[in-house]
Design a protein around this ligand. Structure first.
Ligand code: AHG
Ligand code: MN
Ligand code: MN
Length: 341
């Protein structure tokens, strides 16, 4: 019998599809301090829900699941049908997995106790980000944060398990349902991005070890509120325009953030007299993206403080957000500070 070793043949006839998310998660498991396999399973559960939400998102125009659901959420915002569907899909996936004891979601008034007190983890989620863009076929997203519970495993879930600052996240990620669907996540050892290959039903590593440019030439802000902006912010925007930076604002935080992470830029959602803490939510939006930003070498602040160090005091707490290339965030903050003295 003749035996010959396998030699990988990188032929143009059969290009390599690369590494699947499942295999990558398994390989990286040992990098993680609590390498028990449960976090890996939890990430896989999220990836599965993502595939289902991706399917719903793609057929929204055909399946009568576009448009408003007819109710408002706890923040007084009109829920879209897909907001509700995505919330159910993610919560269900997290319930079935058994690793999670509680979920907090932008779409639920209260903490959802999954009645699984042996679960080690707590998940905060914005199931569908940019929902005003669903009906107009523009990129939308999902954002999630994973924390380790602080009360003993096996005991009932407490508020302190939920109210943890972002620097306690053990993993965070986002999904962008865009021209392709991508899942980007970190467990605190760098950031990796995966692109969904629809016909194979798998995410493949497409953006290994993502690093944000230190500086950029894109500013992303809804300038409709300009008259209400602080003078410091107005001065910073003036400088951006004098330098002929590009204005890019999709209105889906995930999409704006993702572009700026890849190309360099700053995303700003400021406070204003009517909304002194801005619009975006600390637990469901800012914390996860801030963790990813820092892991990729970018920065995230509320204009004064590092987002990850803010101690949450309420579930649906909002925060102003300045996030993106470190040089730009720093400069924006210096313009704000000048007007505060
Ligand atoms: P959500 O759909 O989860 O409520 O989030 C919408 C957010 C964010 O994605 C986006 O950047 C911002 O709201 C847009 O707000 P404006 O329309 O006020 O610019
Ligand atoms: Mn959102
Ligand atoms: Mn949302």
């Amino acid at each position: 019998m003749k035996i010959k070793p396998y030699i990988h043949n990188e032929s143009s006839l059969a290009y390599s599809v690369g590494e699947t998310l499942d295999r990558f998660i398994k390989k990286k498991q040992d990098d993680f301090t609590y390498a028990s396999g449960e976090l890996s399973q939890l990430l896989r559960d999220i990836a599965l829900a993502t595939k289902i939400v991706n399917r719903e998102t793609n057929r929204a125009g055909l399946a009568n699941i576009g448009g408003a659901f007819g109710q408002t959420n706890v923040q007084g915002e009109e829920q879209q049908k897909l907001d509700v569907i995505a919330n159910i899909r993610f919560t269900r996936a997290l319930t079935k997995g058994g690793e999670v004891c509680a979920v907090v979601s932008e779409e639920d008034d209260e903490v959802i106790d999954l009645q699984n007190s042996s679960g080690k983890y707590v998940v905060a989620i914005d199931p569908l980000d940019g929902s005003s863009n669903i009906d107009v076929n523009i990129s939308i997203g999902t954002i999630f944060s994973i924390y380790r519970r602080v009360t003993p495993i096996g005991s009932p879930i407490q508020l302190e398990d939920i109210m943890q600052p972002g620097n306690k996240q053990v993993a965070a990620g986002y999904v962008l349902y865009g021209s392709s669907t991508m899942l980007v996540y970190t467990t605190g050892c760098g950031v990796n991005g995966f692109t969904y290959e629809q016909s194979l039903g798998e995410f493949f590593l497409s953006h290994p070890d993502m690093k944000a440019p230190n500086d950029g030439k894109v500013f992303s802000i809804n300038e409709g509120g300009y008259n209400q902006f602080d003078q410091g912010l107005k001065n910073y925007l003036k400088v951006c325009k004098e330098r002929e930076y590009s204005a890019r604002y999709i209105g889906s935080l995930v999409a704006d953030f993702h572009r700026n992470l890849l190309k360099g830029g700053i995303y700003i959602y400021p406070s204003n007299p009517k909304n002194p803490n801005g619009k975006l939510r600390l637990l469901y939006e800012a914390n996860a993206l801030a963790f990813i930003a820092e892991q990729a070498g970018a920065s995230a602040t509320d204009g004064e403080n590092r987002i990850l160090d803010i101690q949450p005091t309420s579930l649906h707490q909002r925060t102003p957000l300045f996030i993106g290339s470190s040089v730009m965030v720093k400069e924006a903050m210096s313009y704000l500070a000048k007007e505060k003295v």
